[in-house]
Design a protein around this ligand. Structure first.
Ligand SMILES: Nc1ncnc2c1ncn2[C@@H]1O[C@H](COP(=O)(O)OP(=O)(O)OP(=O)(O)O)[C@@H](O)[C@H]1O
Ligand SMILES: [Mg+2]
Length: 512
């Protein structure tokens, strides 16, 4: 703390009692604390430490700062900020009246100190240069200079800078992305913003596994959407195809039994290859036939294994699944394979049972994995991933979906299979899916315990930034990774498309 004069001695000579002496003491301390200059030092030109007065402190964790003095002029970002204190002076409190006692006390001053990273500079060390908050214009100019020739996605506004957009690097979506935040923090809304921007600004194909029917209106423009974007969006949104159970004709969410791989058929029927070997063999034989018998024919069969198999299908209700389409051509898998369809929304939420939802999710993930050698880039979006591909699956079909998600997380990238996984429960996602994510989009977290979990999983993000997530409001977030090589705090922008399932408005709590 050499900048405030080091340890010095000063005397305050009060004339009218101890109270006056205390006032003097407080004033001396305040003056000392207010006089601390905001100064930064860097020994390597890459990271810096700084101090600043707590009076009028404008810096926060995540703030952009300008470091300037002498030959130095850098743009930096604050990564940690703490309250610090230090004894700096001794003060003599005079007793006032003649012969009264004098008291000597030490003045502790408090100030802010922290560390940051240099985002743009000359790379040389610097010492005691002034540090101040960067203006919106300075941050915007830096953003322009750091563009790398790839499409940019405007996700919203930077949180701690006035009037500066938050631009994500579209090319960063060739890595897996993890989106996490507590229920109601705005994950689905923000995911919609990301998908809209990808639709407008890139050619990346997408398939959205949508368990809550939140994206069924992704192709429809809101009436209050930003008019400067609506035309471009309308054009891009022509490529959005929504497959729902109740939709007519082409867009009906359906599958053919023959498209389902034998291992999944067995899982669906809860057949164990050893314990149920006769039925298992019967199923394999039936699946190999060109025209397999109906369930009714199976239950009437003379062959005991065939009859048992038929009864099993009946009692599990598999033959009553709404998604079978024996008399219709095409299926949702055809849509996912069709390079002419830009974005397939798989409306899992429209299916009446969890079994059907799991079956479709697994059919899509399994098919994408089996066709990985096609090397056609596609973003695989999984909302509510703790249900679609949980760490502890409830049954065999869900386990297969989790297994395929894990394989895609581990090896899909080089085949152009990129995950964008969203959940409120990161602990309930397979570890390997989490650990393979190179991009993080973090919304508000419930507790410091959740923040600690995210810090451990995403060590490439400064822990202090992740910790800030417990203070985020709805729609505020942090992005980091290849989509934002410098982690950025942001407020997500407004949606262009309509939300499928916005929260139920709390009109029942209106003031009477
Ligand atoms: N940036 C935003 N601007 C305006 N409204 C928002 C924003 N973010 C979220 N909302 C609204 O807040 C509500 C909750 O958001 P959302 O459904 O995205 O949360 P969530 O994190 O996905 O929750 P859950 O985990 O329960 O699915 C929705 O009604 C949504 O419209
Ligand atoms: Mg949601």
């Amino acid at each position: 703390m050499s900048d405030i004069g080091g340890k010095s001695s000063s005397a305050a000579s009060g004339q009218s009692g101890f109270g006056r002496q205390l006032d003097t003491f407080r004033e001396v301390r305040r003056n000392l604390e207010a006089s601390i200059l905001p100064l930064a030092t860097s020994v390597d030109g890459r990271r810096f430490s700084f101090q600043a007065s707590l009076y009028g402190l404008e810096l926060q964790v995540g703030s952009y700062v300008v470091l300037e003095g002498g030959d130095t002029r850098c743009l930096g970002q604050v990564l940690t900020l703490e309250l610090d204190r230090q004894p700096v002076t001794e003060l003599t409190l005079s007793g006032g009246a003649a012969g009264a006692l004098e008291a000597r006390t030490e003045v502790q001053i408090q100030y802010a100190s922290g560390e940051g990273t240099v985002l743009e500079g000359h790379g040389a060390p610097f010492h005691n240069v002034l540090v101040r908050g960067a203006s919106g214009a300075e941050v915007r100019a830096w953003l322009q200079r750091s563009e790398r020739g790839y499409a940019k996605l405007q996700l919203g506004e930077l949180a701690l800078v006035a009037d500066a957009p938050c631009m994500a690097d579209a090319s960063g979506f060739d890595r897996h992305t993890f989106l996490c935040g507590q229920s109601g923090s705005g994950k689905t809304y923000s995911l919609g913003v990301i998908l809209e921007q990808l639709l407008i600004e890139t050619d990346l194909r997408m398939v959205v596994l949508d368990p809550n029917s939140d994206f069924v209106r992704l192709g429809q423009v809101r009436t209050d959407a930003d008019p400067t974007l609506t035309e471009r969006y309308r054009e891009a949104a022509r490529g959005v195809a929504v497959y729902s159970a109740g939709a007519p004709a082409e867009r009906r969410l359906r599958l053919h039994a023959a498209e389902i791989d034998p291992a999944m058929q067995a899982a669906l029927l809860r057949l164990d290859p050893v314990d149920d070997r006769e039925e298992y063999a019967e199923l394999a034989e039936l699946l190999a036939r060109e025209n397999p018998p109906t369930v009714g024919a199976l239950t009437r069969s003379d062959h005991p294994a065939a009859r048992r198999l038929g009864l099993r299908v009946r009692s599990l209700g598999v033959d009553r699944f709404t998604l079978w389409a024996p008399d219709e051509s095409g299926s949702v898998l055809d849509a996912v394979r069709d390079q002419g369809i830009r974005c397939v929304v798989v409306d899992l939420g429209s299916l009446p049972t969890r079994e059907e939802q799991a079956l479709v999710a697994e059919a899509v993930l399994g098919d994408l994995w089996r066709r990985r050698q096609d090397r056609s880039p596609i973003l695989i979006v999984i909302d509510e991933a703790h249900n679609v591909c949980p760490a502890e699956p409830s049954d065999q079909v869900v386990a297969m979906a989790a297994e395929h998600a894990t394989r895609i997380a581990a090896e899909g990238r080089k085949f152009g299979l990129y995950l964008l996984v969203s959940t409120q429960r990161p602990q309930k996602i397979p570890d390997n899916v989490l650990s393979q994510a190179d991009n993080l989009v973090l919304m508000r977290l419930n507790s410091l315990a959740d923040a600690a979990f995210a810090q451990a999983a995403f060590s490439f993000v400064p822990p202090s930034l992740i910790e800030r997530s417990v203070t985020f409001r709805q729609g505020e977030g942090l992005i980091a990774g290849k989509i934002s090589p410098q982690p950025a705090l942001l407020r997500f922008g407004a949606r262009i498309s309509q939300e499928g399932g916005a929260d139920v408005p709390a009109t029942w709590a209106a003031v009477r």
